[in-house]
Design a protein around this ligand. Structure first.
Ligand SMILES: Cc1cc2nc3c(=O)[nH]c(=O)nc-3n(C[C@H](O)[C@H](O)[C@H](O)COP(=O)(O)OP(=O)(O)OC[C@H]3O[C@@H](n4cnc5c(N)ncnc54)[C@H](O)[C@@H]3O)c2cc1C
Ligand code: SF4
Ligand code: SF4
Length: 1018
């Protein structure tokens, strides 16, 4: 959390909750016992009713504890009332283990401290809500890390990693979370607070001697180890990764002194560690309130090869031979996934790097002591597994290198030694699941058998037979992920509304197949609601009974996340129950949408695109990107894109009153805080566009409830600016009259501390009309119509002048088109879609003929450029719209796209600048252009991996949003302070206002085009 909570300001009109509170008595009883938040309102309950799985169960209520005492108080009270309790982290689980009819304890809200680190002893003690990303960020200074690396580790937390026994792509090297959890403070099912960790076997009888819950737990563990160790050893599959059932095999290995590569037990067979048993227990045995974990050194460097195959079977067949080279990770990607990735804006450039004909690929990563070392390892691998590949530019294969006797099947390969390149490939791999779920139809690559594991040498037969199962079920799947340890993410295409029986039948057959190949139904994501059903078949009736006895010993009344891992006979967990989407599931809006939703399968299709992965919970420092600034500032689930999409879905399915979506409360708590930055449209791997949905719903709310005067004024900021300019300088003085800003806040709700835009009497157009053209159309390389957007025309003509100077220096003939002005951006953002559409139509009518006569449309203000390029397509239809949209450019985008600035002579500028891009440009992947142009103009540029500035058009001006806006800004200002740049350059007018109003930066930044113009050699 950055600075004050965003709703701490008196003017902030939101508390993230609804007024509809259920079970007020229970809520009051808990509130009397805890310091943390107790939320039993309908919005909070719906937010915690889903996770990243197919499932949905409405919880009883939500508590965000602040301390172990809070947790113990909740558990003690709930135990006394026989109320189930569910500990939860980021809710990114894929099996449904984080939804239940229970009181949810959300650890990610407050219990996020890194209690202590001990670099010498290589341990850290943390609260359960700390994300793996932020823990590793803290540890980086000491060259250490928490080694398990689940793909979503920058969003998911330690408590969740323990609950699921998580691991990631580098499990070949590091194993799972159980290898690193040394000791835990826990709250037991009766509210007892205790610690579990390593104990001597000789101490077990004494620990088990009492009559309290803790003693009974030790007694049962001792019994199981005494009576069932042989059965456990024989039955558990011999895999690097198995997270089905309880982690009893670890304890048996402990007492038998088994040696492991990682997290090695002392090998004496004299100790046992119950903290390991909690790993993978999915919140069903005890609640972790603090964990001490061991750490690993960060490798010096890494190297990577990407091997190309003609098909999936070839790729998985090659895994065993690749493993002989001792890689840290081996991941497989198949054709189904690669084809989908090729269609996304974000990943198409990455897939383009792949050699032609790549139908499947293995990503092979090595840890290395040095760059040369890494290159050598890759060269050795390629010499063995893909000799036809072009050798890397440095290393040639070493003498005596590993050479497998398996036939070569890879037909080509590429190497990635550069960190950014490797990061791009990993991002592609890690976004596989959300990309797969980006279909807007009911048929989706659903997650229900998606992490089967078999020994790698069995992969080929396993995959081939799995494909037969799928064919028998009239479908196909994508196969990807951790081929090295034998874990495949298999996602069959099924109709999520009508295909439950089909899913169950596939899962049943898949369980038989993993049993046949000595595998497990879950090598990664845990049992949850999707796989608990199969544990009896996987482990047999005797061990199933053992699981039940263990559960009963820990949790006599089965109150902790009941139904996961193991179930009671009278209450079986069926994978077909509690699906979020059922055959009668109909997502619809009961008004006629105004925007075009054709490509999204209707507005409903867009809402359903959100599958709950939690990607929008990422922290700026660990994930970068824009999405979702409001969550980053507030850490509240309701302010994530996921939270908003969930709320909208519940309204649109009729689970909530349909009028709710346009009610004042819903707009305030759910939609108002979406600042419309469009970050999700780009950063969400499924491209959920919440800004567009917000515009649609706000429009409908205006139709039903009318609009406020302030909204109407902001929507007409162009008219206000025109008047302000005509009356300047008087208009500028008006707001400096003492008391005027206070009055504006009281009457219109415009935050008094924000600098208001000032207006120039002489507009950009006035200046342009009065000047001589310096480039004749006949001699010009290109001709451009420079759009006089509102801010450039009336408030910052200097930016327009700079654009003209630079364009003309690049031999572009520039005109300023008549008959255009307001692009409609403010009206669109404020939900006045009829006005925005009329303006779009007028502007398209004026601009299309210009484009047809050979002119390009160039815009200085980024949000206006993106309005023409992107949002017009949703507002109006016709080829002229497409023509205008396709030929509109931001000014730096224009220079960069056509390499126009390369012919310009610049005096070498000396400034080091910090560049903060505009979110709308980031959302449309156009942000990089300005950086390239500034660099060619001679600037040393530090492009910030920044999110939104928090102003977002009018958002930051609104008094009730000012504190949220400040909280978002402070993330950006932290980045600016850390940057080496001497001054900031920012293209967006709102962003520059945010900087201008801050006492943490000096003055108002220039636009990039002004900085480029300053560097001209004139
Ligand atoms: C796109 C995507 C990629 C993923 N990739 C991976 C991957 O590479 N590897 C992997 O292992 N998983 C992966 N997952 C699954 C998931 O992200 C991980 O298992 C993650 O570690 C879960 O953490 P969380 O904070 O979201 O926990 P949650 O989902 O909130 O909880 C997970 C389990 O832990 C329990 N739990 C949470 N806190 C506590 C506590 N304090 N005490 C006791 N129990 C608790 C919960 O009850 C639940 O059963 C992925 C998920 C997604 C959406
Ligand atoms: S909005 Fe996107 S990133 Fe967020 S949970 Fe939904 S699908 Fe995932
Ligand atoms: S538009 Fe921006 S603020 Fe709104 S949900 Fe998307 S990322 Fe979050």
């Amino acid at each position: 959390m950055h600075g004050r909570p965003p709703n701490a300001d008196d003017r902030a009109g939101y508390d993230y909750q609804s007024n509809a509170v259920e079970r007020p008595d229970l809520a009051a009883a808990l509130r009397a016992r805890v310091d943390g938040d107790v939320r039993f309102d309908s919005y909070s309950k719906l937010l915690y009713s889903t996770d990243a799985s197919l499932y949905e169960v409405t919880p009883i209520g939500v508590v965000c504890p602040r301390s172990t005492d809070d947790v113990a108080a909740v558990m003690t009270y709930c135990a006394s009332e026989a109320i189930p309790v569910l500990p939860r982290g980021a809710g990114t689980s894929l099996g449904g283990q984080t939804v239940n009819e229970a009181v949810v304890l959300d650890f990610s809200r407050y219990m996020t401290d890194i209690v202590s680190t001990d670099p010498d002893g290589r341990t850290a003690t943390v609260q359960p809500g700390v994300t793996l990303g932020s823990l590793n960020e803290t540890l980086a200074e000491a060259g250490l890390k928490f080694a398990p690396d689940p793909a979503w580790g920058d969003k998911s937390v330690i408590g969740g990693a323990i609950g699921n026994n998580s691991t990631g792509a580098h499990s070949l090297q590091y194993g799972k979370t159980d290898a690193y959890v040394e000791e835990c403070e826990v709250v037991l099912a009766d509210g007892t607070v205790t610690r579990v960790g390593e104990v001597a076997l000789s101490d077990l009888p004494e620990l088990a001697a009492g009559d309290d819950l803790e003693s009974r737990i030790y007694a049962e563990v001792a019994r199981i180890l005494d009576e069932e160790a042989d059965l456990i050893e024989e039955t558990y599959p011999d895999l690097k990764r198995n997270v089905s059932g309880y982690n009893l095999d670890w304890l048996v290995e402990d007492i038998r002194g088994a040696a492991r590569g990682v997290g090695e037990p002392d090998g004496t067979g004299e100790t046992v560690n119950l903290a390991k048993l909690l790993c993978g227990s999915e919140g069903t045995l005890a609640i972790v309130t603090e964990a001490t974990v061991s750490l690993e050194p960060v490798p010096e460097t890494k190297s990577m090869a990407l091997l190309s195959y003609e098909g999936l079977l070839d790729a998985v067949d090659d895994v065993s031979a690749v493993l002989e080279h001792d890689p840290a990770a081996v991941e497989v990607l198949d054709d189904v996934f690669l084809d989908l990735a090729r269609e996304t804006a974000e990943f198409a450039p990455v897939t383009e790097m792949l050699p032609a004909g790549t139908e499947a690929a293995l990503i092979v990563e090595f840890y290395a002591e040095s760059d040369a070392d890494g290159r050598q390892t890759v060269a050795n691998l390629l010499a063995d597994r893909c000799p036809s590949a072009e050798p890397g530019d440095v290393a040639s294969p070493a003498e005596g290198r590993t050479a497998s006797d398996q036939p070569v099947v890879a037909f080509d390969a590429l190497e990635a030694h550069d960190e950014d390149e490797r990061a791009r490939i990993w991002k592609l791999r890690k976004s596989a699941m959300p990309i797969l779920l980006s279909r807007t139809t009911d048929e989706k690559h659903a997650s229900f058998i998606e992490d089967t594991a078999v020994p790698p040498e069995n992969l080929r037969e396993f995959v081939a037979e799995f494909q037969e199962i799928l064919e028998e079920h009239d479908t196909y799947a994508t196969f990807y992920a951790h081929a090295g340890p034998g874990v495949l993410h298999i996602r069959p295409l099924v109709n999520t509304k009508t295909g439950r029986e089909q899913m169950e039948s596939i899962a049943d057959a898949a369980t038989d197949l993993v049993v046949k190949y000595d595998g497990s139904v879950s090598g990664e994501h845990g049992d949850g609601r999707a796989r608990t059903q199969w544990n009896r078949k996987l482990y047999g009736g005797d061990l199933w009974e053992t699981f039940r006895q263990l559960k009963t010993a820990f949790d006599p009344d089965w109150l902790l996340n009941p139904g996961q891992v193991v179930y009671r006979e009278d209450d079986p967990t069926r994978m077909t129950e509690n699906h979020r989407v059922g055959s009668d599931h109909e997502v619809q809006v009961d008004f006629e949408p105004t925007l075009s939703w054709e490509t999204e399968n209707g507005m409903a299709g867009m809402v359903e695109l959100c599958h709950g992965c939690g990607g929008c919970r990422g922290d700026q420092s660990t994930t970068g990107g824009v999405m979702c600034p409001t969550y980053r500032a507030s850490q509240e689930e309701i302010t994530t894109t996921r939270g908003r999409a969930n709320a909208l879905r519940r309204v649109m399915t009729g689970d909530m009153d349909p009028d709710e979506a346009v009610s004042a409360e819903f707009l305030t708590e759910v939609l108002d805080l979406c600042i419309g930055c469009k970050g999700c449209a780009h950063d969400c791997p499924s491209e959920v566009d919440m800004a567009k949905m917000k515009a649609e719903l706000t429009h409908e709310a205006h139709q039903q409830n009318g609009a406020t005067l302030r909204d109407r004024l902001f929507a007409r900021v162009h008219t206000l600016s025109r008047v302000g300019s005509a009356l300047a300088p008087l208009s500028n003085l008006a707001t400096s009259v003492p008391g005027s800003r206070y009055l504006l806040e009281r009457t219109l709700g415009i935050a008094r501390m924000r600098p208001l835009p000032t207006f120039c009497r002489r507009t950009f157009r006035d200046w342009f009309d009065a000047r001589e053209q310096t480039v004749s159309p006949a001699a010009a390389d290109r001709t451009a119509a420079l759009y006089p957007d509102t801010f450039t025309d009336y408030s910052n003509p200097d930016a327009g002048k700079a654009a003209v100077r630079v364009l003309e220096a690049a031999n572009v003939h520039v005109t300023v088109p008549a008959g255009v002005g307001d692009t409609g951006r403010p009206a669109f953002s404020k939900g006045f879609l009829d006005r925005a559409r009329n303006l779009a139509r007028e502007n398209v009518d004026a601009l299309a003929p210009l484009v047809e006569s050979g002119r390009d449309i160039v815009v200085v203000e980024p949000s206006d450029a993106v309005m023409l390029q992107s949002d017009y397509r949703d507002l109006v239809s016709g080829t002229d719209v497409e023509t205008v949209a396709d030929n509109t450019y931001g000014v730096c985008e224009y220079l960069d796209t056509f390499s126009l600035d390369e012919s310009v002579t610049f005096e070498r500028a000396t400034d080091d600048v910090t560049y903060h891009g505009h979110c709308h440009q980031k959302a449309t992947a156009k942000d990089h252009h300005a950086v390239g142009v500034l660099r060619r103009a001679g600037y040393a540029v530090d492009p910030l991996d920044s999110g939104c500035c928090g102003m977002a058009g009018s958002f930051g001006y609104e008094a009730e949003h000012a504190s949220m806006s400040d909280a978002i800004a402070s993330i950006l200002l932290d980045q600016v302070e850390e940057s080496a740049g001497e001054c900031v350059v920012a293209p967006g007018a709102s962003c520059r206002t945010q900087f201008e109003g801050s006492d943490r930066t000096a003055g108002t930044p220039q636009t990039p085009i002004e900085a480029v113009a300053d560097a001209l050699d004139e």
